[in-house]
Every structure is written in structure tokens, then in C-alpha cells.
Write a protein that binds this ligand. Structure first.
Ligand code: MLT
Length: 278
């Protein structure tokens, strides 16, 4: 962990002790999870590149969303923009002002907001099991209902079912260890952080046009069995991007980084190398 006076907690997953260089790789986690979900990917990456995982407001070791918003001078309403501003401030405090940024699902929503709000920071963009469109009305209402429910119950029980729905059918059937791992990560989250994140995601705009303006290298990765942000959503993002590689991973679901960390690491490493050379 780095300085304590920054908006967000940040895991330093890989350093550059061997003296190799290249742009840092920033990994943004999904919901309702934290930076630990990137550990296996970080381990599978070749040595020599700095890899960091900031934790989004209210999740993992990061302060509650309201405190983060105050710290970055944002309004009270939960917002993916606030999360993006806090990520940017945290990265700068850790000496990172240009990086390859990859986000899974909610992390992807934050990555898109970073491209829009802090374009100089994002040298390369990795979009893993995520989408650029806003929520339909029904999904938005469901998020707000869940936010109310976790706060009223003082428990994250209402999102525990995501321990299976985040996974693809193949992992659900054959990887009980992953179901257990996800359950542990979900149960570690705070109801306030779960509620803040749901409200922030409910309020996010369509950012497909942001992709159309992005000029750096991009990688879009999706599990063929992703039921939450399916391959069609990935294709829509890839179509909007200029310099993009799209990979669909057979047998993987929404948590491709947890289900298939070695392949995701290979794809993100290739992205980072493209960004190094751009
Ligand atoms: C995630 O994995 O971050 C969530 O499924 C995102 C979402 O609920 O849209």
C-alpha cells in the first residue's frame, strides 16, 4: 500500500525491481468485489511492469463513497465520475500520470469515465467483460432496490447470489472453488459500499461515443458465456474503437479474469506492449 492521505486504497501487485520498464498497468475491479480479484492475472503477467489495483469507493480497503466524494470535491450523489476522479488522484499520488488502464465490468465503466475525464492518463485501454451503454430502466430500478435493501438489512446478502451469476456455466458447474472464492470476496464488502456502487452504476451515462474518440490501442475481452455483459456488448465497443483487438474466451463467463487469468494476462500484456510502442 502507498500513501495514506490519498482517496483510494491501492494494491501494488507487481513492481519493477528487475529494472525493466514500460507503462504501468492499472487494473480496476468489478462489483461487488475488490482489488484481490486481479491477483491471479498479476501473477501470470511477465515480470518487469508495474501493476497496480486501486480499490473503488466503498469497496475493499477504500473509504466510503461519501468520504471519497468529499476528498475529490465531487457532489454527494454516487457517481462513476467520482470513482474515476478518485482513481486519477490516487494514481498521481503514487507517481502514475500515464498508464494502460484495464477494467472488468464496473471497472470498465470507471475506465471509460477516465478516458472522458482524464484522457492524458490513459495510454491504452482494456475493456474486460464490460459495456459502454447505460442501464435500461428496469436494470436501473433493480440497482436502486438492491441499494435500499442492503442498507436496510445492514448486510450484503442481497448480492450474494452474484457468487454464481458472475461466473459462466462452465465454471458454475465445474469450479466450486471459484464460487467459494467469489462468495468470500462478496461477503467481505460493506453494505454502504455496495449501495453506493449500485447507485453510481445506475446513474452512469452511455459512453459509447467516448470510445469513438479514443486514439490509443485498445483490447476488448469477453467470456463467451458472459451473461451480464455478453459478447454482443463487447462487439459494440470494439466497433466504436479505432485500434482494437477483440477476444472472446470460450468457456469463460463474466469473471474471465478469475476464470481464465493466464489468458487475460496474455491479452493485457499484449495491449500494454502495443501502448509502450505507440
Ligand atoms: C460487475 O461485475 O462489476 C457488475 O456485474 C457490473 C454491473 O452490475 O453492471
Amino acid at each position: 500500500m502507498g500513501p495514506t492521505d490519498v482517496p483510494l486504497a491501492l494494491h501494488e501487485l507487481r513492481g519493477t525491481d528487475d529494472g525493466a520498464s514500460g507503462l504501468p498497468l492499472v487494473l480496476l475491479h468489478g462489483f461487488p468485489l475488490d482489488g484481490r480479484m486481479w491477483a491471479d492475472v498479476a501473477e501470470a503477467l511477465p515480470a518487469g511492469r508495474r501493476v497496480v489495483a486501486p480499490e473503488l469507493p466503498g469497496l475493499g480497503g477504500s473509504p466510503d463513497g461519501e468520504d471519497v466524494a468529499r476528498r475529490v470535491g465531487a457532489g454527494e450523489a454516487p457517481s462513476i465520475d467520482t470513482a474515476a476522479d478518485a482513481v486519477a488522484e490516487t494514481l498521481r499520488a503514487h507517481g502514475i500520470d500515464r498508464a494502460v488502464v484495464a477494467g472488468l465490468s464496473m471497472g470498465g465503466y470507471v475506465a471509460l469515465a477516465l478516458v472522458e475525464r482524464h484522457p492524458g492518463l490513459v495510454a491504452g485501454l482494456g475493456l474486460v467483460d464490460t459495456k459502454s451503454t447505460a442501464d435500461p430502466d428496469e436494470a436501473r430500478a433493480n440497482r436502486l432496490r438492491i441499494a435500499d435493501e442492503v442498507l436496510a438489512a445492514g448486510s450484503v446478502e442481497a448480492v450474494r447470489g452474484m457468487r454464481t451469476t458472475l461466473l459462466g456455466a462452465t465454471a458454475r458447474a465445474g469450479r466450486p472453488d471459484l464460487v467459494e472464492k467469489l462468495d468470500g470476496w462478496i461477503r467481505d464488502q460493506r453494505p454502504a459500499g455496495v449501495a453506493w456502487s449500485q447507485r453510481a452504476m445506475a446513474a452512469r451515462p452511455d459512453r459509447t461515443a467516448v470510445l469513438e474518440g479514443f486514439r490509443g490501442p485498445a483490447a476488448v475481452v469477453v467470456g463467451a458465456e458472459d451473461e451480464l455483459t455478453p459478447p454482443a456488448a463487447a462487439r459494440l465497443m470494439a466497433d466504436a474503437l479505432d485500434d482494437v483487438r477483440l477476444d472472446v474466451l470460450d468457456g469463460a463467463g463474466h469473471m474471465s479474469a478469475t476464470e481464465r487469468p493466464a489468458e487475460v494476462a496474455t491479452l493485457l500484456d499484449a495491449l500494454a506492449r502495443r501502448a509502450d510502442q505507440a
